[in-house]
Design a protein around this ligand. Structure first.
Ligand code: SF4
Ligand code: SF4
Length: 398
């Protein structure tokens, strides 16, 4: 064996040592077979806009690390026994996606992959070139995970692992190390669950996720329209599209529905990463608190999570819509000031929420804001109050 070669078994052992329970290795060859599907995804306008924009670079590891020989794909489970036992505190609470209940996975995975890279160098007693990929890398993370045998893609477009279902974060190390194949015996000795077979049709006749999706974003099996997916929409800046506001329900960040209903997630094991220990305030934020907190205070509370990267405004906008959906009369006093907010998406969301909660008693406030409103779209959203202002006067005088 040359100094730049290592067995897959040794890679598995090192990964376990740094707290990465699921790992698979594969050649760093290109995946051109995925290009047509990927290009269609972009061409049909289904991309979220958060992805790397050049399709060909998303399937070409060599673009990221010229001379790369192998990729090491990892999946880190984020649901722990604490996650499953967390209870909704009292009060008007919103809901966030489980993946932000603990520390930002970008940091956690990056730390572990950096450590793994160091361990690889120590193991081969030489310099090892690596590139760490966590979410923001151009490489298509789910395709890399499938290639390395970590799992399969479900009809909900999630990567599903045999051991942990789809409750996993994905990452990868590209390396110029040569990784020699693991024999069946070695695989068994390390961790058989790490080598989940590639179930290409593990969904069978099931369509639970397609039926449960609140917006129809899963257009057909394996076909996700990010533009109508609540997970994307809660993170996108600007005005929240009106057709999806009611479907947002109490969600403040992300959406777990198509994962929650999946039978593969009912039997999955739990992870034990302490940095993913959940906080009830993150899981179920008090909605009126979100409106009352300053930008700085909000970011202090959520800044360490994967839900902070778009800033405080999207949280406030989503909270306004969620309160509208909950028809919480007590929240009116917290919502009304947002009719005067400098951010148009908050003014329009406030007007929308007030109409849902109590149009009769709030239209005077909205009408007053409508009169001063200069933004065309926001003014249009407030127009319901102007149309009935006479009724409001009557209601007040009566
Ligand atoms: Fe639908 Fe929610 Fe899944 Fe997006 S995350 S596809 S909105 S169920
Ligand atoms: Fe597949 Fe059913 Fe899970 Fe959807 S819910 S990913 S169809 S098994």
């Amino acid at each position: 064996m040359t100094p730049t070669s290592i067995t897959a078994l040794r890679v598995h052992q090192l990964a376990q040592e740094v707290g990465l329970p699921l790992v698979g290795c594969a050649p760093a060859s290109a995946m051109p077979e995925l290009l047509p599907t990927l290009e269609l995804y972009y061409a049909q306008g289904r991309a979220s806009g958060f992805e790397h924009p050049v399709a060909s670079e998303r399937v070409a590891p060599q673009e990221l690390l010229p001379g790369a020989r192998a990729l090491i794909a990892v999946a880190l489970p984020y649901r722990t026994s604490e996650t499953t036992s967390i209870r909704r505190p009292k009060g008007q609470r919103g809901l966030t996606s489980t993946y932000i209940w603990g520390e930002d996975y970008h940091r956690v995975l990056h730390d572990k992959l950096t450590l793994l890279s160091e361990r690889l160098s120590q193991a081969v007693k030489g310099d090892v070139r690596t590139v760490t990929c966590v979410d923001t890398s151009p490489l298509l993370d789910r395709a890399v995970a499938v290639k390395a045998g970590l799992g399969w893609i479900g009809k909900n477009s999630c990567l599903i692992t045999e051991a942990y279902g789809s409750w996993v974060f994905l990452g990868a190390l590209l390396t110029d190390l040569e990784i020699t194949e693991m024999t069946e015996t070695e695989a068994f000795a390390s961790d058989a669950s790490a080598l989940a077979p590639l179930h290409l049709d593990a969904c069978g006749d099931c369509t639970l996720c397609l039926t449960a999706c609140p917006t129809g974003a899963l257009r057909e099996p394996y076909v996700l329209d990010s533009q109508s997916c609540l997970s994307y929409l809660t993170q996108a800046k600007g005005t929240f599209p009106e057709p999806y506001r009611a479907a947002l329900g109490k969600r403040l960040w992300g959406c777990d529905t198509c994962q929650t209903v999946c039978p593969h997630n009912k039997v999955s094991l739990l992870g034990d990463e302490p940095r993913f220990a959940p906080a009830a305030e993150l899981a179920y934020p008090e909605l009126r608190d979100v409106l009352r907190l300053s930008r700085r205070a909000l970011m202090k509370r959520y800044g360490h999570t994967a839900g902070a990267w778009r800033g405080a405004t999207v949280w406030k906008r989503n909270a306004l819509i969620a309160l509208g959906n909950m028809r919480d009369h007590a929240a009116v006093e917290d919502i009304v000031p947002y009719l005067e907010d400098p951010r148009p998406e908050l003014r329009s969301s406030a007007a929308w929420a007030l109409e849902r909660i109590d149009p009769m008693h709030t239209r005077e406030f909205v009408y007053s804001a409508w009169q001063k409103e200069l933004d065309k779209q926001t003014k249009a959203e407030m127009a319901w109050a102007a149309a009935h202002v006479g009724d409001a006067t009557t209601a007040r005088d009566g």
